[in-house]
Design a protein around this ligand. Structure first.
Ligand code: KG4
Ligand code: ZN
Length: 338
């Protein structure tokens, strides 16, 4: 069984091959040129995907020592994401599937992250909790089977990654903010400033907008411009902000783990690359005596391996999709039960 995965929802073009359950290729081309704009420029993203998709497919097939005729099923991200960017990988995958007369599986990007724990050596066991923390989403899922997902809660405003990106911008560190905040936080004191951690009435929900405003007010209280703040103080702000985000994520995951009988805790999405969050998540699992699964760094950010894997689980469930299935920009999932 050979599965091809294609991801193009935002600023990474990625192609992956899973052959007989083994990942044989996971090529990721990141569009670093967006950094100078301080965020992703949708039209430029679509154009870059068009340039990269064919060379990546060729390389991925070569690396996997297969011919394209040997591909049994083609999976591509259907959404959520930038619609122009999604259309590139999605229509390319669909065209390839039609030309090879093979099934085409549209994959939800968030579900890709959600199941990325299965790309680890140590696999999650059902039922499990999966905390997906990315640039656009922060969602806590209770997963009973590949097709039974229960959304326990999500952010009511900014996503965790979005908060990292915005605070990084405020501090003049640039884009993407997550890795930059983490680097500065390593040099700062997380206990220096007590930023608020939202405690919402709705269980398992998150809010990072108040925290973001608190950081802004703190910066403003120190002078008229961020350049007036010393590097040491910026590092303390980064560390204290990071601490508050992680605290919120860990508290709600801990609450859910106590309420739902789970065998594993999974952390996924771009923010899962954060080393302090990874360590806090493992600590939580140890405390509750539940196995934790956190994908390797290459599977945290956007990648096609998770898309191929998720598509493969749907294919294994015997599911098929109409060829006129359309990509979508917002969040939706066929497998959610509330
Ligand atoms: O999953 P992802 O690659 O793309 C989306 O689906 O959104 O997540 C990207 C997000 C960005 O907001 C980025 O700042 C954040 O993940 N991120 C991090 C780290 N590395 C990436 N956030 C915190 N710490 C990191 N080390
Ligand atoms: Zn993502």
């Amino acid at each position: 069984m050979t599965v091809l995965g294609i991801e193009s929802s935002c600023d990474e073009t990625s192609v992956a091959v899973i052959k007989n359950g083994e990942l044989t290729s996971n090529l990721i081309s990141s569009q670093l040129f967006h950094n100078k704009f301080g965020g992703v420029v949708p039209e430029l993203s679509s154009r870059a995907h068009i340039q990269k998709i064919v060379p990546l497919l060729k390389q991925s097939i070569e690396e996997s020592s297969i011919s394209k005729e040997e591909i049994d099923c083609i999976c591509a991200t259907a959404g959520p994401g930038l619609i122009g960017a999604l259309l590139v990988g999605f229509t390319f995958g669909k065209g390839l599937a039609v030309s090879l007369n093979k099934p085409f599986i549209p994959v939800n990007h968030i579900e890709g992250h959600l199941f990325s724990g299965f790309l680890s050596k140590e696999k999650p066991e059902y039922p499990f909790l999966s905390l997906v923390v990315s640039g656009g989403h922060t969602i806590l899922f209770y997963v009973k089977s590949p097709v039974e997902l229960i959304k326990l809660g999500s952010t009511v405003d900014d996503a965790a990654g979005e908060a990292f990106d915005k605070v990084s911008k405020m501090l003049g560190f640039g884009y993407p903010g997550g890795p930059k905040i983490q680097k500065h936080a390593e040099l700062g004191d997380a206990n220096k400033i007590l930023f608020p951690v939202a405690d919402l009435k709705k269980p398992f929900h998150f809010s990072f907008s108040g925290l973001k405003t608190a950081v802004l007010r703190y910066i403003q209280s120190k002078g008229s411009d961020v350049t007036e703040i010393s590097e040491d103080e910026k590092n303390d702000i980064a560390a204290s902000f990071q601490y508050a985000v992680i605290k919120a994520l860990i508290i709600e995951t801990g609450k859910a783990a106590k309420e739902f009988p789970v065998k594993s805790l999974v952390l996924a999405g771009g923010v899962a690359a954060n080393s302090v969050l990874r360590n806090s998540f493992i600590e939580l699992g140890n405390k509750l005596n539940i196995k934790t699964v956190i994908p390797a760094f290459q599977f945290c950010g956007d990648n096609a391996a998770m898309i191929a894997y998720r598509g493969y689980t749907l294919f294994n469930e015997g599911l098929s999709f109409p060829i006129d299935y359309k990509p979508y920009a917002g969040f939706k999932s066929e497998y959610l039960s509330f």
